[in-house]
Write a protein that binds this ligand. Structure first.
Ligand SMILES: *[C@@H]1O[C@H](CO)[C@@H](O)[C@H](O)[C@H]1NC(C)=O
Ligand SMILES: *[C@@H]1O[C@H](CO)[C@@H](O)[C@H](O)[C@H]1NC(C)=O
Ligand SMILES: *[C@@H]1O[C@H](CO)[C@@H](O)[C@H](O)[C@H]1NC(C)=O
Ligand SMILES: CC(=O)N[C@H]1CO[C@H](CO)[C@@H](O)[C@@H]1O
Length: 458
């Protein structure tokens, strides 16, 4: 009787209470979920920020915090889904084509010096050598090479376009692969030719070959850089004193090796050979690029090695003139600088061969800057479902290439056309030119304008 009485009381009091306040419970529950979601998102954003830079997260990423607690966190879910599923059907007015064949994330790419091949390496263990001849057609010719029991994350052509080097990512050493050519110019096979001894303890993050074929440079994420001869003999070991190396390059002229890292100055060395005997002499300090206030994620040379563009954690990019007499103490000159919110070490920078266009990548977004004005010309988002791993121009500066999840994307260098119009107009304004020069400049402008029109840019 006691218990039935109790249940009777409960039924009379509690049940109506529950029924009455049910909407409130639901609301509170939803509010709790929403607050949790927002809180954790903020936490992870903050963590990212702490790791890469101490400034608050990017403005664009900040979604307006919805005050109404009942609204489910729809927006966040959709971005997550977006990131997971990716965009298979990426399209853009500037996109010429995508190179498809890899089944994993492409980590690096490089053009051969003769312009005939593009090599790509991916975490699917494959290296592809693509013909650059038929980009405007639908099918893209390539030959595949497998890195046994490992994959490559860096790849560079030898200056004679007859071989390339790549790193074995897990083994952390360098291998050389040679092309066997067919009479028609295409490749019949690819064969491993040489394995370099393992010397770096930390992950190899940079690699390059001198265009004169005298040396190879490898650089680790620690503080060491090695100069090798092409047979795999160590010529010199250089301590970079950058705390951690982020990027390392050989200049297109072959004279310089440069490294950026956690410390804000980019360091440039000259690799010297005896002019009469051709023997390796030494690696000596040439100059430094100063001005950044934080680590430099990446940097790039223009084609004639007279300029370097840098991208830093301090949220700026900078363009330097390095055509200087450094032996007489002249320092590089800052040409342009601009703001860019790069969020991590994976951010990349590319400088067009003529130095007129800068490409910046951060995550899956490509930003294209007119280096003459320093202004952003285009932002292309969601190029991949994952991050862009590499950005580069072809030798003619006609195209911008990005590598990322499975595909290489080839964009028209539209900004380059705009920059060349601007440069030509500036030259036209300068008086005292012959009529032939004027005509040539006017032709340049007309052709570039026609192209821009054809692609829908005014
Ligand atoms: C991509 O496009 C192709 C053909 O246009 C279509 O068959 C496919 O379903 C699309 N995929 C996605 C994920 O939209
Ligand atoms: C360059 O090599 C030649 C011949 O081996 C030698 O006589 C000369 O001293 C070297 N020069 C320098 C600057 O080391
Ligand atoms: C003439 O044109 C050239 C480029 O074609 C330019 O460098 C120069 O400044 C122009 N003006 C004069 C006065 O030569
Ligand atoms: C920056 C750059 O290299 N721009 C080039 C883009 O392509 C046009 C057409 O090939 C060239 O004229 C520009 O110099």
């Amino acid at each position: 009787m006691d218990s039935s009485h109790l249940s009777g009381v409960l039924q009379k009091t509690l049940v109506p209470l529950i029924v009455r306040y049910f909407p409130v419970f639901v609301t509170l529950f939803l509010a709790w979920i929403t607050v949790n979601e927002l809180y954790f998102k903020k936490q992870s954003d903050n963590k990212k920020g702490e790791q890469e830079n101490n400034a608050p997260p990017q403005k664009a990423e900040r979604k307006p915090v919805v005050p109404s607690a009942i609204k489910p966190p729809k927006k966040k879910q959709s971005t997550e889904k977006w990131n997971r599923e990716g965009k298979q059907n990426f399209s853009h007015e500037w996109l010429l084509t995508s190179l498809k064949g890899h089944s994993g994330a492409i980590m690096d790419m490089d053009f051969s010096a003769n312009g005939k091949f593009l090599a790509t390496c991916a975490d699917d263990r494959a290296i592809f050598v693509w013909s650059t001849k038929h980009w405007k057609e639908k099918d893209h010719k390539y030959i595949r090479y497998n890195v046994d029991y490992d994959h490559a994350s860096l790849i560079r052509w030898s200056p004679d376009s007859k071989a390339f080097i790549y790193n074995r990512y897990s083994d952390n050493l360098i291998e050389v692969c040679k092309l066997v050519r067919k009479p028609d110019g295409w490749i019949s096979s690819l064969a491993k030719a040489l394995t370099y001894p393992k010397v770096h303890n930390d992950e190899i993050i940079g690699m390059g070959i001198d265009q004169n074929g005298k040396y190879i440079m490898t650089c680790s994420s620690g503080t060491d850089m090695i100069i090798w001869d092409l047979k795999g003999v160590e010529l010199a070991k250089v301590e970079t004193y950058l705390m951690n190396n982020y990027a390392a390059k050989v200049s297109p002229c072959g004279t310089f090796v440069a490294v950026s890292g956690f410390a804000p100055d980019v360091k440039v060395w000259e690799v010297q050979f005896n002019k009469t005997s051709g023997e390796f002499k030494q690696v000596c300090r040439a100059f430094e690029l100063t001005g950044h206030t934080s680590g430099v994620f990446d940097f790039a040379f223009n084609a004639d090695s007279t300029q370097i563009a840098t991208l830093s954690k301090d949220k700026t990019w900078k363009l330097y003139n390095i055509k200087i007499q450094y032996t007489k103490g002249e320092d590089p000159h800052l040409l342009k600088t601009g703001k860019f919110n790069s969020e991590g070490k994976k951010s990349r920078i590319a400088l067009s061969p003529d130095g007129q266009v800068i490409c910046l990548s951060c995550d899956s977004t490509l930003t294209i800057i007119n280096a003459l004005t320093g202004e952003v010309d285009k932002i292309i988002r969601n190029v991949y479902s994952g991050p862009i791993s590499s950005v580069m121009f072809d030798a003619a500066g006609e195209y911008i290439l990005t590598a990322g999840d499975k595909h290489v994307r080839i964009f028209h260098n539209v900004t380059g056309y705009k920059a060349s119009i601007l440069a030509a107009k500036n030259k036209l304004q300068a008086s005292g030119n012959s009529s032939a020069t004027k005509e040539r400049l006017q032709n340049t402008i007309q052709e570039a304008e026609a192209f821009l029109k054809s692609i829908g840019e005014e």
